[in-house]
Design a protein around this ligand. Sequence first.
Ligand code: DAT
Ligand code: MG
Length: 181
Amino acid sequence: MEHEISKREMKTQQSLVLIKPDGLLKSLTGNILTELSDTKLIIAGAKIVEVTKELAEEHYHHLMEEKFFDELIKYIMGEYHVKRVLALVYHGEDAISKIRKVVGATNPEKAEPTSIRGKYGRITSKGVFENVVHASENEKEAEREIKLWFKPEELAHTIYPTEEMEVKKVEYFWKTDKKKK
Ligand code: DAT
Ligand code: MG
C-alpha cells in the first residue's frame, strides 16, 4: 500500500526510475529531477541509455500478453520521440513508495494532477500511455530492474552482492596526440 508509510517501519530501498523518451524530447528532465528531489532520496546511479528491443522486452516482460505491448516497446525504444532514456537509481528510506507517490498513477488521466504523470503525461490516439517516467513497483522488481539496467560499477555504492569475474575486453580511451614537438 502506497500511503501507509507511517504504519510500518521505514526500510532502506532502491528504485529504478526512467525518464522516458517523451520526457527527454519535451525537455522535462530538469522539472522531473526537481520533483524527485523532494523525496530527499540519494541518486546512486545515472546514465543515458539507447534502449534496444531486447532490453525493452525484458524490462516489460510481465506485460507481454497485453494488447498494448508492441506499442509500449516502440514507445520506450523512442520510436515516437528520441531514441534514449535517462536511467536513474534512487536509494534511501522507503524509496519505492516515496517515488511512486511523486510519479503518480499509471494512467496519466487518472494520476493526481500535481504528480509528474498528472502534469506531463498524456494518452495518445493509439492508446499509448505516454506517462513520462517509469518507477519500480516493489523491492523484487526494483532489484530485477536495477540489475537489468546497471552494472555494479556504475552505481556509487554497492547495493546488491557482487562477484568477481575475469573478462577479456577491449576498452576505449580518449585519443592522445603523440606527435613529437
Ligand atoms: P507502471 O508503469 O505504473 O508501473 P505497469 O507496470 O502496469 O505500470 O505498466 C507499465 C507501462 O505500460 C505503463 O507505464 C504504461 C503502459 N500501460 C500500462 N497499462 C496500460 C494500458 N491499459 N494501456 C496502455 N498502456 C498501458
Ligand atoms: Mg510497473
